[in-house]
Design a protein around this ligand. Structure first.
Ligand SMILES: *Cc1c(COP(=O)(O)O)cnc(C)c1O
Length: 360
């Protein structure tokens, strides 16, 4: 018997080849890298949550179907009649459930590039082939290329984020509808940034039998709870529910999400404040020489500047963490992504950024 085992003998080669999703340490930093909502909940609601959690029956398993939370969500999200809800431990888990369910041998998961990196990573986790169709230079959808890709690869699943991450733009809704109509499989529209955009395809669910719509509470101010939401026809959700682990949404998440969503206006007011700050920041950044700012319908801004990587490093040394996208995709050359934070955080970022680029 060998006294040491070689993981290379057991682990799938495509997993050995992956690098783990990297989350940089951020203790003590101004954290503008992960699209979190920077605001806390009002003290009265914090107290209500403290009481709820103090008395929560944590010796018991949570409600596996989260019945009460779903009632609250149905109302808060205005889920269309006839559509069901499936909950995930974040929408990342929902992406994984969909991929596992569709992963027949040789099945293809398709998205655009650049897109949310988890689409590609999870395709690999689930043993699916991934096809990423490049966006146009202005980050719009290349409809002809996607339609050709659909024809060629017959993807089991297509993921499109609306608005898109990391580019921040909304794709043309008619182009998405054409993709849905041409697709032989499921099209999942990922509306993680819905609160910051003035558009949604939720109304299209009833007309398109292969459309599923995903939301999350993460970008809305509850990233720590881990709650993702899939909305779609019962025919699909009955199948996907079979792969959902029974207690994937814990009791604390269920209790707290219910309590917060009883005041949906709270999170929406915070989202409105973030949108206002987004336009202030946009103007400030666009006025800086040598900075290209891309329009955003999300809670972050994509920009292009010469020497992005070094500017990112210098910002980090100064205690400000954003995301460097240079080198991740040809369309993102010299690009940085900054999350919209509090007024004060944004001012500190803009000041430091300007200071760095004018000496660069
Ligand atoms: C952040 C993000 C998510 C992740 O959401 P969780 O619910 O926190 O897992 C999903 N999709 C997109 C496009 C995102 O940017």
């Amino acid at each position: 018997m060998p006294n040491s085992f070689d993981p290379d003998q057991t682990i799938r080669p495509e997993i050995l080849a992956l690098s783990a999703y990297h989350v940089p340490p951020a203790t003590g930093m101004i954290k503008l890298d992960a699209m979190e909502n920077p605001y806390a909940l009002p003290p009265a609601l914090q107290d209500e949550i403290a009481k709820l959690t103090a008395h929560a029956p944590i010796n018991r398993y949570p409600d596996p179907s989260a019945v009460e939370l779903k009632v609250t969500l149905r109302e808060a999200l205005a889920v269309p009649d006839g559509m069901d809800i499936m909950l995930g431990n974040g929408s990342d888990e929902i992406i994984q459930i969909i991929a596992m369910a569709a992963a027949k041998p040789d099945a293809v998961l398709m998205s655009v590039e650049p897109a949310f990196v988890m689409f590609r990573m999870i395709a690999t986790f689930a043993n699916m082939s991934y096809v990423g169709v490049p966006l146009n230079n202005d980050f719009s959808i290349d409809l002809d290329a996607i339609l050709a890709g659909i024809e060629k690869h017959k993807p089991a699943v297509i993921f499109l984020a609306y608005p898109n991450n990391p580019t921040g733009n909304l794709f043309d809704a008619d182009a998405i509808l054409r993709i849905i109509e041409a697709s032989p499989g499921i099209v999942v529209v990922d509306e993680a940034y819905h609160a910051f955009a003035d558009a949604s395809l939720i109304d299209k669910l009833t007309q398109h039998p292969n459309l599923l719509l995903m939301r999350t509470l993460s970008k809305l101010g509850l990233a720590g709870l881990r709650l993702g939401i899939l909305i779609g026809r019962p025919e699909w959700l009955i199948q996907l529910e079979k792969l959902r682990l029974p207690y994937n949404v814990g009791i604390m998440t269920q209790l707290i999400a219910k309590a917060v969503l009883r005041h949906p206006e709270l999170l929406l007011e915070q989202a409105a404040a973030i949108k206002t700050e987004r336009s202030t920041m946009n103007k400030r950044l666009a006025a800086m020489d040598g900075v290209e700012v891309f329009h955003s319908d999300a809670n972050f801004i994509l920009l292009r500047v010469n020497g992005a990587k070094q500017i990112f490093q210098t910002l980090k040394q100064r205690g400000i963490l954003i995301k460097n996208l240079d080198g991740t995709h040809p369309l993102l050359e010299e690009c940085l992504r900054v999350t919209v934070g509090t007024i004060d955080e944004n001012a500190q970022f803009c000041y430091a950024f300007h200071d760095i680029i004018k000496n660069h």
